[in-house]
Every structure is written in C-alpha cells, then in structure tokens.
Write a protein that binds this ligand. Structure first.
Ligand code: MG
Length: 494
C-alpha cells in the first residue's frame, strides 16, 4: 500500500507536519492534565508559533499534491491521502491570514466574556462578541464556498460532505419519533426521571478503582494507553500506539464518571485500531468527528448502558462502592438509564440528547442564513426547548449561554453528535447479523466486538470520507430509522 512514487514523495514532505501535529497533541494533553496555571502564556505562544509553521508547511504541499493527484490507478489509501491533504490545503489557501488572526482574536475575547456573561446570566454582555464572531464565521463560509447554504461550508469542516439537506432530513424523521417515545416513557415511569443515587456522594479513589477495572474488562492495552484526570474529559491520539483519555471525579452521582470513562475508551479503541501502516500519514485519524462520536457513544450507550453490561458490572460496583449494598443490577440499570427532559445538554440522557442538538442546529442554520438576529437567540432557545421537552430556562445561563462552543467559534460541530447517534443505529442494526452482543457482554468477550468494529470502521482511519465509509460498510448513509428502532426496543419493549 501507498507505493506510488509521487504519493510517497508527498508523504515524505508531509512528515514534518505529522511531527508538528504529534508535538501539538502532547502539548495540548499536558495543558489539560498537568500544566501549572502560570505556564499558560508561554504555552499559548508556543502553540501559535507551531500553528504558523504548520500552515506554511501545508501551503508548501501545493506542487507535490498537484503532481500526485494527476496519477492514474491510485489505490484507495493513496486517493485518501490526496483527498485529506487537499482539504487541508484548500482551507489554508482560501482563508487569508488576516481572517485567521481576526478569528483567533475574537475567540480569546469572546471566551472570556462568555464566562463573565454566564456567571451573571446576562446574555447582553455576550451579545456583541457573538455578533462579531458570527460575522467572521459567515465570512469564513463565504471564502470556503458552498453550493446551497452558507452553513454547508462550516458543516463540511467537521463532517466532510455533511449538508443542511442531510441534517434537515435526519431531524424531520428523528424529532417526531423521539417525541412519541419520550411521551410514552414519561407516562409509564418505568425509567425514572430522578434516582436517589444521583445525589449520593462518593470517594474518588473508589470510583477510580472501578474505572481502572472497567478499562481492564474492555481490554485497553496498558502499553499503548493511559488515563488521567481533567476538567472536561477528552481523548487524544498522539500516535497509533499512544492513545490517552481523561476522566473526571465530581464526588457525586458516580455514573457520570464511569460513563465518561467508557465514552472516552470508545474513542480510544478507534484510535488504537487504525491500520498501523497509516501511522505517518494524514489518514491516521478517524473518518470524521461524527464517526468518532459514534464509537464513543456505541461503547457508552449501546454497550455500557445495556442490561447485560449492568449485570456484568454489578459485583464489581458493589465490591468497590459500599453505598450500593442495598442495590441489585435491576435497580442500577434504571439509575444508569434515568430519562429526564432537562435544560442542560451535557447532562442529557440517551433519549433526550438529540433534542438539544436539533435546537442548536436550527439556531446555527437560521443565524447563518441571516434570518434571525443574535438578539433573538434567547427567545428562540426558550421557545424551541419548550416545544421539544416542555422545559423553559429560568435564566440564560441555563439556555443560550450554557455551551462554550459559540464563544470559541465552533459552528457546525453540534450536528456531529447526532450523526454519531445515527451511525450507532446503523451499527446496532448491522452488527447483530454477525454477533450476539448480549452474549459478548455477558462473557466479557470484547475482543470479538472490537474486531468487528476494527474491520468495518477503525482500520481505514481517514481513507474514506464518512459517507463513503458508511456506504462501503452498511450500503447506506445517515438513515436515522435504526436509531429510532434501537430506542423503541430499549425504552418501549417491556
Ligand atoms: Mg466524544
């Protein structure tokens, strides 16, 4: 593989970019886990310099990339290398340094002011910064270019090929079905909206031991993998044999820590199972953020929140956490799967989560179209979440100010969370043709599950664009029907 001489030449010129990405990943991991506070200024300087070096190197790929792309009879990996590098080059060519700098500047200012605004729950403090940010994001979309909708240009950055048309189609099918399932679940009250264990405090060391045991059960390879603690859990693939996750211990409601750990382990398994021959290439990352999220959520929700997994885990939980002595696996299952229409996205359960994404999607779409103004966002937010979930934010801190994303210039990233769930539906539908998931979980035979995911999704890394990967593996794209079926089976079957 990757034998074409012109592609090899291109990859050789890509090597220093690989090394910069690798170094930046270590610096970012350190920043989130270990770095002393006052090191921030020096770290920001170093990171900015590395980003500039990276941009220059990417622009220098223009000629070798052009030469390699003229070649015929390239294999899928070679085509993948060219496709991914073209995307990098395209961005760096179309977006002028002045816009990059303006975006960086507003990002720094608006993040600080978003924090202040959220604390005071005063949207108007944040509004002028958000207005400026959106003006620049629209400019970015215009420079990148799009066929139908300015939002398409931004969606494509995180999820190659994703369009407003795709997302409109997904949500038009998903939302009515989710409403139907949620209303039945609320009526039946089998899945509780609150659970006493949610307010039980825990000893962090005990839950850390549980997390470490879970990682062992999932078969995380000790010599290529580690776990640390950070405020916001994340996964970073520094190299194919150096994948790191973080988790957090809030001291209350222990499920939040263990499901964070399982979620990040899901991302890590993807990173660890990419074909080793792709290491020093731009294909070493996954297909897209949505496909990556499908992996973390598959392990977290489909595997981790299942009845079989709960049963398998119960003896360990009861051994390590003494406050569980009066609980059996049935009760733990309903604690792990409480369903509560709520205001805060990051606290949302499997059933209500996509409403939170649909809300942000609609606002981002309309704001980029110029159909609504920034000042109208809190009202639209309140009306939409009210319509979806029957709840209204009492203050903007629990509404339009709750996420960091907009202040940091992330527009078009939220939909990839729903894409992850939709892809999980596809996996759930197809994997059962070959594997008995319940038995695998019961027998802790996770190697078999990892092999299936490795063969069908992980090994390719970024070789295929997400839609092509799905077509190749499942013969269809973002069909939300199976996610609906999965949720029906879980929440409505008695
Ligand atoms: Mg994730």
């Amino acid at each position: 593989m990757l034998a074409n001489p012109l592609v090899r030449d291109l990859l050789e010129k890509y090597s220093p970019i690989w090394a910069l990405n690798h170094s930046t990943a270590v610096l970012n991991w350190d920043l989130e886990t270990n770095m002393p506070e006052e090191a921030a200024k020096a770290r920001a300087f170093a990171s900015a310099q590395l980003a500039l070096m990276r941009q220059k190197l990417i622009l220098s790929l223009n000629d070798p990339l052009h030469r390699a792309s003229q070649e015929r009879d390239l294999d899928d990996y070679e085509k993948g290398v060219i496709r991914v590098l073209k995307r990098h080059l395209d961005y760096n060519t179309k977006i002028p340094p002045s816009l990059v700098e303006a975006l960086q500047k507003i990002k720094a200012e608006s993040t600080i002011n978003w924090r202040i605004a959220r604390k005071k729950s005063d949207y108007r403090t944040f509004q002028p910064y958000l207005e400026k940010m959106i003006e620049l994001k629209r400019e970015e979309a215009d420079k990148l270019g799009y066929d139908k909708h300015p939002y398409d240009a931004l969606l494509d950055l995180g999820e190659e090929g994703l369009t407003v048309r795709d997302m409109d189609s997904i949500f038009s099918k998903l939302i009515p079905n989710l409403k139907r399932i949620l209303s039945k679940v609320s009526m039946e009250s089998r899945f509780p909206s609150n659970h006493p264990l949610e307010s039980v405090k825990y000893d962090s060391n005990a839950v850390e031991e549980v997390n470490k045991e879970i990682l062992k059960i999932l078969g995380m390879p000790e010599k290529k993998f580690r776990m640390d603690v950070s405020t916001h859990p994340f996964t970073t693939s520094i190299a194919l044999n150096d994948v790191r996750i973080t988790t957090r211990y809030e001291g209350i409601n222990f499920k939040s820590s263990i499901y964070s750990t399982i979620h990040e382990a899901g991302h890590a398994i993807y990173g660890l199972q990419v074909n080793q021959d792709l290491e020093f290439t731009p294909l070493r990352n996954g297909a897209s953020s949505g496909v990556h999220e499908s992996q973390s959520r598959f392990w977290e929700n489909v595997v981790g929140r299942s009845m079989e997994f709960t049963k398998m885990l119960t003896p360990l939980l009861k051994e390590k956490l003494s406050f569980l002595s009066g609980y059996d696996s049935d009760q733990l299952y309903y604690y792990f799967n409480s369903v509560r229409p709520s205001l805060i996205r990051v606290d949302a359960d499997e059933l209500t989560y996509n409403f939170h994404i649909a809300l942000r999607y609609e606002i981002e779409k309309k704001i980029l179209e110029g159909k609504v103004s920034v000042s109208e966002i809190p009202q639209i937010w309140s009306d939409t979440i009210g319509e979806f979930l029957g709840v209204k934010p009492p203050a903007d801190s629990m509404g339009a100010l709750q996420d960091v994303h907009w202040s940091s210039g992330s527009f078009g990233n939220f939909p990839s969370y729903t894409i992850g769930n939709v892809v999980d539906g596809l996996i759930w539908q197809n994997i059962r043709k070959n594997l008995d998931l319940d038995q695998i979980i019961r027998e802790r035979n996770f190697g078999e599950l990892k092999n299936w995911l490795g063969e069908n999704i992980h090994q390719w890394g970024g070789t295929y664009a997400p839609k092509d990967l799905l077509m190749k593996t499942f013969s269809e794209e973002y069909n939300p029907e199976y996610l609906v079926r999965y949720l029906e089976k879980k929440y409505l079957a008695s």
